[in-house]
Design a protein around this ligand. Structure first.
Ligand code: BEZ
Ligand code: FE
Length: 329
């Protein structure tokens, strides 16, 4: 409906049964069709949640207080709301919706709060973690498209914890980035570097999200992993991670990030490889072939999935700038 045509009835004497439609009516003057749709559905589901659970004032206030504490602990280096989204499975859900992947491509997973923008660019073969207590690891990777063609010039952000399970930003007095780097894939789509074997670690759990996990009788652990973020114009931005096979938390990640296709088995560096890459024979070896999807293919899949998902819910939609809005014409 044209927002200027909306007539607002007197907003008085609203009831459990008619408050939702009236709140949505007064919110409907915004001309941005997507914003209007998202807010309308948010109010609808929030109100239905309260009606269905018969939410008490006490519970509503407990929720407000929890969200207040969640906000109060946020800072430049701590994002408790994203952590909350992570442990409720929302982060993974949104990534799966917004970055659909065809079966033969690398799946995405949660970003987490520990990516930074100050990692140094390293040349191939350089060391990205200077933790002497970590087990040395040689990482040999390729980046290809879905047709198996190498993709060169991809900017790859990589980050992992130290051997104590902490990212560099979790150490007070951090002066330099460590355990993170930026690489660029070469003409053959290859990139390789030295790191340490990832270890399992707990997500920050000294705040409201940690308290919630405790209340839910859930542990805060993530299985051992290394993060990778791929960026090249024309390709869908890929945020992913590789997880080590056999980790005790492989099937109970606190933030639901593990996917079977992202689990890798570590090997051992043989003599020839050790000589070629200038590392000790016998250290751990991680090899992986990443497969990127073009922007075009990702957009096509996203739109197709949107139409299918909304048709299932009995909704007619049109796609505007890649996102569904109700089709009212
Ligand atoms: C991480 O893997 O760095 C992470 C992801 C979600 C929440 C906390 C940490
Ligand atoms: Fe992590």
């Amino acid at each position: 409906m044209d927002p200027s045509q909306v007539t607002i009835p007197p907003l008085m004497d609203l009831t459990i049964d008619n408050i939702t439609e009236n709140v949505n009516l007064i919110n409907s003057a915004n001309p941005d069709a997507r914003f209007k749709y998202v807010l309308e559905r948010l109010v609808h589901h929030l109100h239905d949640f309260a009606r269905e659970t018969r939410l008490s004032t006490h519970e509503w206030m407990a929720g407000i207080q929890f969200l207040t504490k969640t906000g109060q602990i946020c800072s430049d280096v701590r994002q408790e709301f994203i952590l909350l989204s992570d442990i409720l499975g929302l982060s993974l859900l949104v990534d799966s919706i917004d970055h659909p992947k065809p079966p033969n491509s690398t799946e995405g997973t949660v970003l987490g709060p520990f990516h930074t923008h100050d990692a140094h660019s390293l040349g191939h073969g350089e060391l990205m973690s200077h933790d002497d207590n970590g087990d040395p690891l040689l990482v040999l990777c390729t980046v290809k498209d879905v047709n198996g063609k190498p993709v060169s010039g991809v900017k790859i952000d990589i980050w992992e914890t130290d051997s104590s399970g902490h990212y560099d930003v979790q150490h007070a007095g951090r002066t330099e980035p460590d355990g993170r780097c930026i690489m660029t894939s070469d003409d053959k789509g290859d990139f390789w570097f030295k790191a340490i074997v990832p270890v399992p670690y707990p997500i920050p759990h000294d705040g409201p999200v940690g308290q919630l996990l405790k209340t839910l009788r859930r542990h805060p652990m993530r299985p051992a992993h290394m993060h990778f973020m791929f960026d090249k114009e024309g390709y869908d931005h890929l945020i992913t991670a590789l997880y080590l096979r056999g980790d005790p938390y492989e099937t109970s990640d606190a933030v639901f990030g593990v996917k079977n296709s992202l689990i890798v088995e570590l090997g051992k560096v043989d003599k020839a490889t050790a000589e070629k890459y200038g590392v000790d024979e016998g250290i751990a070896l991680l090899t992986h072939d990443f497969v990127l999807v073009t922007d075009e293919e990702s957009k096509r899949l996203r739109e197709e999935n949107s139409r299918k998902a909304l048709a299932k819910l009995g909704k007619k939609v049109k796609i505007v700038e890649g996102l569904p809005v109700p089709d009212v014409d």
